[in-house]
Design a binder for this molecule. Structure first.
Ligand code: 1HE
Length: 263
């Protein structure tokens, strides 16, 4: 079943995997106000609406060119208006990161500016040979407003983010993976690998994925002392869920798969 949420296409597969496609290829999937509002709506309801994992894909050759610079130029926004706009971006990306449903981004081409802010809110990022990452805001006379100072700095570190913004430095390939901008680099299609990973994650119990895809992020915002307490509390709920009993039973009966090294 395929729906359209403004500039997002949503395909809901029977196993609970949703394919959400940024669908503004003519504008390199630049994020205009309408697209950000569609993300807020979609990611706010995804868990309630039964999504078990989401592939965040993109139409065309580029994942996302960031803020819609033409809309921004034409709107001639006031400081207060842009401040408000940034809060909507944060709302959308927080719903993704803290919403409890695994989001796997299938990256290709440009993942730049606000596009990198979007990608960095996903739980898993898969790059292909065409993918490149940059923060061109510095060269455009702008500053990041969609969470890069938290999420991109969190991935690559403060010094690298400052360099990316001051000099327009581009990262790609294995170097981007080594820095943490993506966790996977594929020879073929990032979409195919992202779908495979989403199907795998969708086999976990929803409550377990909820904890993985919200609690770990929340804990980064806490003191280690409080995070440990919250971890115990969440484990109390997750590790005693009735739905886990069959999986534990299978392990006890020696019918469950064992963890083995890669071949
Ligand atoms: C756009 C945008 C955009 C393309 N806003 N319209 N982001 C940037 O600085 C990236 C700006 N974009 C680019 O550098 C390039 O467009 C790409 C490398 C992504 C793609 O290049 P290319 O040669 O395939 O496409 P193009 O010819 O540059 O653009 C094709 C169309 O997409 C064209 O529109 P058209 O109607 O003339 O055909 C472009 O105007 C349009 N387009 N990118 C609007 N970004 C909360 S703060 C976040 C701060 C930021 O994100 S700053 C933005 C950083």
């Amino acid at each position: 079943m395929q729906d359209s949420f403004g500039n997002l296409l949503v395909e809901r597969q029977p196993d609970g995997v949703w394919i959400v496609t940024l669908n503004r290829p003519g504008k390199r999937n630049a994020l205009n106000e309408e697209t950000v509002e569609a993300m807020v709506a979609l990611f706010s309801g995804a868990m309630r609406d039964g999504a078990r994992a989401i592939v965040l894909a993109a139409a065309g050759d580029h994942f996302c060119a960031g803020l819609d610079l033409v809309e921004h130029h034409r709107a001639d926004r006031s400081p207060a208006e842009f401040w408000q706009l940034c809060l909507r971006w944060h709302e959308a990306f927080n719903k993704m990161e803290y919403g409890g449903v695994p989001v796997i981004a299938a990256l290709k081409g440009a993942v730049v500016g606000g596009g990198l802010e979007l990608a960095s809110a996903a739980h898993i990022r898969v790059a292909d040979q065409s993918t490149y990452f940059a923060l061109p805001e510095g060269q455009r006379g702008l500053f990041t407003g969609g969470g890069a100072t938290i999420r991109v700095a969190g991935l690559v570190g403060k010094a690298r983010m400052v360099d990316m913004m001051l000099t327009g430095r581009v990262y790609q390939g294995q170097e981007a993976v080594d820095l943490g901008l993506a966790q996977y680099l594929v020879e073929g299609s990032s979409y195919d690998r992202a779908l495979e990973l989403a199907r795998k994650a969708a086999q976990n119990l929803p409550l377990t994925n909820f904890a993985i895809c919200s609690a770990i992020s929340h804990m980064q915002n806490m003191s280690p002392f409080d995070a440990a307490y919250a971890e115990a509390c969440i484990a109390g709920v997750v590790n005693t869920q009735p739905e886990a009993r069959a999986r534990l039973e299978a392990f006890a009966n020696k019918t469950a798969a064992r963890v083995r090294p890669n071949e």
